[in-house]
Design a protein. Sequence first.
Length: 179
Amino acid sequence: MPHADASNFSPTLSKSEAYEQLISSLTALLIDQRNWVANTANTASLLWHLYHSFPSTSPSSAVNWAGFYVLDPTDPAGQLILGPFMGKVACQTIRIGRGVCGAAAQGTGRTVLVKDVEAFPGHIACDGDSRSEIVVPIRTGGKVVGVIDIDCAELEGFDEEDQKSLEAIADLLGKSSDW
Ligand code: SME
């Protein structure tokens, strides 16, 4: 039975320890539940609280959006549709190939780590406060089913350690949920 305490991250944890705790909590949550909405909603909560547990000296403590876009069932080859998230109201649909999310979802998918959104041609500014972003594809059976999207109000909010951990989270969600 999930407990709200899973979203509590001690401010004394290092980034790698915090991600380890998140992955361990998520692994437990995924044992009894395969519904993608339930699983991405709880993951958005875990991610939001993880970044907000970091000291203000860490750029990713300024995360201003953490959530998901998934293939739109009405046009799965053409566009993504907004999924569960934490943060402000966001763009409802994104064409595959457009913006950071659409680039990450194209073809077999690739992680797109954007240290400065102004340096990414075609970045879609749902929120003008966002300065950096990371988008990680979620795959099942080798096919992209959606993306994790995290925005930060600071430049260089994310690094290769975030990429590695978010890819592990995407892998878990991909294989442990029905999409
Ligand atoms: N910036 C994204 C759009 C989604 S929002 O960040 C929530 C993009 O360029 O695809």
